[in-house]
Design a protein. Structure first.
Length: 484
């Protein structure tokens, strides 16, 4: 089924996000026949490329990103017919007048403005679109994270965008929400009667949400050194995953109902302030080490990073939700760069049975892994063959690729771009969601500054700072890699 007829305008069209993620996703949508035959894609940036030069640049990057079996020369040529380039400076209002003339006045086409730019350009671009007459009723604007660097800056950006576009036209994207397994989390919870009775404080001991990377900051040093792991990952990706684990069932599966429930969770997060910042957070920065047998430099030797930087590349937080379902259940969040393994996963650790009849049982676990492979695994206790009642954990394992006949898994950006074109904002963040997340994050960052809590060093290729273990060990718990 084809989507609406659309003009997809990508600001920052020569950047990594556009070339590595957006264009490959649009290629796959084209390849699958999901784009309307008259849909146009227009990349915008300051570089003085011709259309042919940009198409060659796009092809080179798409060939590198798209699976070799999926890249077809004939399909690429038909895709390239949609693809054009418009050199302009997004900070200059006059360039938007030229853009309006180039686009024409066809009101039947959906206009999507994808801002793959620095956040400090968001408000200016929105204003220039309005002045040029391009912020029409059917237009949509997509904002990449981060939305600001604090609650105050996020409110300013949201106010600036809101002065031009109605909230229903604003799509704040978090690509984690487009992942198949993340959406399967909602299916697991709300379509299976097995889990609902035990999905609460009476049965769950704690929850771990981990997003671990082996990569460093790569070519994002200038941005990352002013953001850090808390702003770059916790405020958006990990809090969104927490919301999906903890939210109540929405009345309907539509944008407002789902987002209403997510906001309730963010507003119920117990503030972490004062001494709690020391007790319930761990902040780290990687030093030199080895990953995959390769020597890697310390963070402060990375490109475009200040040599005496105290920016954190690792964060762990013990979060708590003050509501009936989750009172007393800690949610442990952790994320970091240059760690021993690359993985994104959610562990639901159930409480042990009330009476250990066989003496050697372990509590059940539900593991939801988002990457590197997408799978859901439930650990149960079973009798070991032979004499006696010796138990051992066994897994009921659902590999989603195998379960669906190894059909190609959609990339998160494919799904989210198609949702934007179709006007479905269910998997996007609403203004109050973003601000509620900052409301919880800001006091933690302030606490680090007030208590001079510098990042703890950890060697690249390790599991993080040694203080990480104390966060769970003092309560008799372990991080998931120790339990495996």
């Amino acid at each position: 089924m084809q989507s609406n007829c659309c003009d997809m305008l990508v600001f920052g069209g020569t950047g990594d996000l556009a070339l590595h993620k957006l264009l490959p996703a649009l290629y796959y949508l084209h390849r699958g026949g999901r784009l309307h035959r008259d849909t146009r894609i227009l990349a915008l940036a300051r570089s003085p490329h011709t259309r042919a030069a940009y198409q060659a640049l796009a092809e080179r990057h798409c060939r590198a990103q798209v699976a070799r079996a999926d890249f077809d020369d004939d399909i690429w040529r038909s895709f390239a017919e949609r693809l054009d380039y418009f050199p302009m400076d997004a900070s200059q209002s006059a360039d938007f007048g030229r853009l309006a003339k180039a686009l024409g006045s066809d009101r039947e086409r959906v206009r999507v403005y994808y801002l793959a730019t620095a956040p400090d350009l968001f408000e200016a671009i929105a204003t220039h679109l309005k002045v040029a007459g391009l912020a029409v009723a059917g237009a949509r604007i997509v904002l990449e994270k981060p939305i600001g660097h604090s609650l105050q800056s996020a409110q300013a950006i949201n106010a600036g965008i809101g002065a031009v576009f109605d909230e229903s036209q604003v799509f704040r994207i978090d690509h984690y929400l487009g992942k198949e397994t993340v959406q399967n989390l909602m299916a697991l919870r709300f379509a299976n009667a097995l889990f609902e009775p035990v999905w609460r404080a009476g049965h769950i001991d704690h929850v771990q949400i981990s997003v671990c990377e082996t990569l460093g900051v790569e070519n994002r040093g200038a941005y990352y050194d002013n953001a850090g792991a808390m702003r770059d990952m916790i405020q958006n990706h990990l809090l969104q995953l927490l919301c999906l684990v903890a939210m109540e069932a929405p009345v309907r599966f539509d944008a407002e109902s789902v987002r209403n429930e997510k906001v309730k969770i963010l507003e119920a997060l117990k503030p972490i302030t004062g001494q709690d910042v020391r007790d319930k957070t761990v902040r780290g920065q990687y030093t030199a080490g080895k990953i995959g047998g390769q020597e890697v430099p310390a963070y402060y030797f990375e490109k475009n990073v200040d040599n005496d930087s105290d920016t954190e590349t690792f964060v762990a937080v013990q979060a708590e939700i003050n509501n009936w379902r989750w009172a007393g259940v800690p949610f442990y969040l952790r994320t970091g760069k240059r760690l021993a393994r690359k993985t994104s996963e959610i562990l639901i650790q159930f409480k042990p049975v009330p009476h250990q009849l066989f003496g050697n049982g372990q509590a059940n676990q539900l593991l939801i892994r988002l990457q590197p492979e997408e799978r859901i695994s439930l650990q149960l206790m079973a009798k070991n063959p032979g004499k006696g009642m010796r138990l051992q954990p066994v897994e009921l394992d659902l590999n989603l690729a195998d379960a669906f006949n190894k059909q190609r898994r959609w990339d998160a950006y494919e799904r989210l771009l198609l949702d934007v074109i179709e006007g479905d904002s269910t998997l996007f963040m609403r203004r109050d969601e973003v601000e509620a997340a900052w409301q919880w994050v800001d006091p933690i960052i302030k606490g680090w500054q007030q208590h001079y809590q510098s990042p703890r060093p950890y060697a690249a290729g390790s599991n993080g700072p040694e203080q990480l273990e104390h966060l769970l060990e003092r309560h008799g718990r372990q991080w998931i890699e120790e339990a495996e």
